[in-house]
Design a protein around this ligand. Structure first.
Ligand SMILES: [Zn+2]
Length: 270
């Protein structure tokens, strides 16, 4: 009983379909044996070298079939290629990330050059992406989640405490505290950090009240006419005095006089 080529092919295919799992497992096991992988690759290379023309011709013919859109230059084909890539990245996330890192690490000079050559374009794209509402929402959700971690919260707190102890941090804190206080009490007027620094620096670090030279960094803001007495928060109503005097003043006007007997400077309330 003879079989036609067509029939043999069909039977073989049916056999494959019935035993697919088993065959795949067997192939995989064989491929993983030592030396097999190299042998297969070498064989494939040789096969390609010998049949280069035929393979190229066939694959070109395949790509040009109307139903094979993946290789075409149309927008749909481009989108399809992207989708395939996206799905691959999703499925093999760890692997792809590792690969990306590896590639980046081994070619840092290359990427640096690439970045410098395309900097404007890259930045524009980043800005565009960051401006999207969904990007913003994602970012703030991520930040919230990150900052809520106890260890991160602790670290940030320690950082900001340390920052406030530096001269610059102290200067900023003075400025922002005052601004916040004014905003919260809805007092008219505002001033800039530069305006405050100008007023402060004009004292030369000497408190106009007690006359002590406390240094620029230790000057604090004070309202000439207190906010509670209708003073505004314009720079014209702001003066720089030492912290000691500031905390002592409250709302009462007062001045300093040297005590004749003791030689000490005393505060005289009006
Ligand atoms: Zn003072």
């Amino acid at each position: 009983m003879s079989m036609s080529a067509e029939e043999r092919k069909k039977r073989a295919h049916n056999y494959y379909l019935r035993n697919r799992e088993k065959l795949l497992k067997k192939h995989k096991e064989y491929y993983q044996r030592p030396g097999v992988r190299e042998k297969v690759i070498e064989y494939q290379h040789n096969y390609y070298k010998i049949n280069k023309e035929t393979i190229r011709k066939r694959s070109k013919e395949y790509r040009q079939r109307p139903e094979v859109i993946v290789h075409q230059k149309t927008p749909e084909a481009k989108e399809r290629r992207r989708e395939i890539k996206r799905r691959y990245r999703q499925r093999h996330r760890e692997k792809v990330l590792e690969y990306d890192h590896q590639r980046y690490r081994t070619k840092t000079d290359y990427w640096k050059k690439w970045y410098l050559a395309n900097r404007e374009e890259i930045r524009a794209k980043q800005r565009q992406h960051a401006a999207k509402p969904e990007s913003k929402a994602k970012k703030s959700a991520y930040t919230r989640e990150y900052q809520a971690k106890p260890e991160v919260h602790e670290r940030d707190l320690a950082k900001s405490r340390a920052w406030k102890k530096t001269p610059k941090g102290r200067r900023n804190a003075v400025y922002y505290n005052e601004r916040r206080r004014a905003r919260m009490s809805s007092v008219p007027g505002s001033f800039t950090k530069e305006e405050w620094l100008k007023v402060r620096d004009a004292t030369g670090g000497v408190c106009p009240f007690c006359g002590r030279n406390v240094g620029l960094e230790k000057m604090s803001m004070d309202h000439i006419i207190p906010l509670s007495k209708g003073g505004t928060n314009y720079i014209s109503n702001i003066r720089a005095i030492c912290r000691n005097c500031n905390s002592a003043i409250g709302n009462r006007p007062y001045m300093y006089q040297t005590n004749e007997k003791t030689g000490k400077r005393e505060r005289i309330y009006c």
